[in-house]
Write a protein that binds this ligand. Structure first.
Ligand SMILES: [Zn+2]
Length: 213
C-alpha cells in the first residue's frame, strides 16, 4: 500500500507501466469526492484517467438515483400471514430510510452495502420471508453488482491503455525513440528513471494532502 496520494500513484503507474498500481489507485480515487481534488491531482491523473474517473462517478451516481427512486415491489412469501402490512412497510422503508442512506451528503451508502444491510436487518412489520425474498430479487436484477461492474469496466479500459498506448505511439512514429513522447499526456516525472521519480515522489508527497486512513 502506497503512503502517498492515489493521484500520484496513478501517475507513476501510467508513466512507468506499473500495472499492479492502476486498480488500487483508481479505486482510492473513486472514494475521494471529486470536489476535493486539486488541479495538480487532475494533471497527475491525466486525460484518460480523469475521463474514466468522472465518467464512472457520474454513472454510479446516476445508478444510485434510479436505485433509490424506483421502489421495487415487495416479493410475497407464501408463508406470510400479513402480506398487505409487509408490502406497505417495505415501500415505506424504501422511500424513507433507503433513500436517506443512499443520498447521504457525507457518507452515501453503496447499493451493495445497502442490500447487505437489508439482508441482515430485521424491520418491524416486515416478515423475514418478505424481506429476504425481495432483497434477493433486487440483487438478481443486477443492482448488487452494478457499481462494481462500472468500476471494473473503467479499470479494464485503463489497463488496456497500459499495453496499447505505447504500441499505438510506436506505430505512429517511424523513430522508436520518439514514440514515447507521443504517449498521451505530459508529466514532470515522465522520462525520469524510476528510482529518481520515486525520490521525487517522496519529496513531493510532503506537500500533498495525504488520503486519510
Ligand atoms: Zn410478510
Amino acid at each position: 500500500m502506497c503512503d502517498f496520494h492515489p493521484a500520484l500513484q496513478f501517475e507513476l503507474a501510467r508513466c512507468y507501466r506499473i500495472e499492479d498500481w492502476i486498480e488500487p489507485a483508481f479505486r482510492q480515487l473513486m472514494d475521494i469526492p471529486i470536489t476535493s481534488l486539486e488541479m495538480s491531482h487532475m494533471r497527475q491523473i491525466g486525460d484518460a484517467g480523469y475521463f474514466w474517473l468522472v465518467q464512472t462517478k457520474a454513472q454510479i451516481d446516476n445508478h444510485r438515483k434510479h436505485f433509490a427512486f424506483d421502489t421495487p415491489a415487495a416479493i410475497n412469501d407464501p408463508a406470510c400471514n400479513t402480506p398487505a402490512t409487509c408490502n406497505y412497510t417495505w415501500s415505506r422503508e424504501w422511500d424513507t430510510t433507503i433513500s436517506e442512506l443512499i443520498h447521504h451528503p457525507d457518507v452515501p451508502m453503496s447499493c451493495i452495502d445497502l442490500l447487505n444491510l437489508l439482508e441482515e436487518t430485521e424491520i418491524d412489520d416486515l416478515c423475514e420471508g418478505h424481506r429476504k425474498r425481495t432483497v434477493s430479487w433486487v440483487c438478481g436484477i443486477g443492482h448488487a453488482t452494478k457499481e462494481e461492474d462500472l468500476i471494473d469496466a473503467a479499470v479494464t479500459a485503463l489497463m488496456s491503455l497500459q499495453t496499447d498506448e505505447p504500441i499505438r505511439a510506436a506505430l505512429m512514429s517511424s523513430v522508436v525513440d520518439g514514440a514515447e513522447r507521443q504517449v498521451q499526456g505530459t508529466s514532470s516525472l515522465r522520462g525520469q528513471p524510476i528510482s529518481k521519480a520515486i525520490t521525487s515522489v517522496i519529496h513531493r508527497s510532503h506537500s500533498i494532502e495525504l488520503v486519510p486512513r
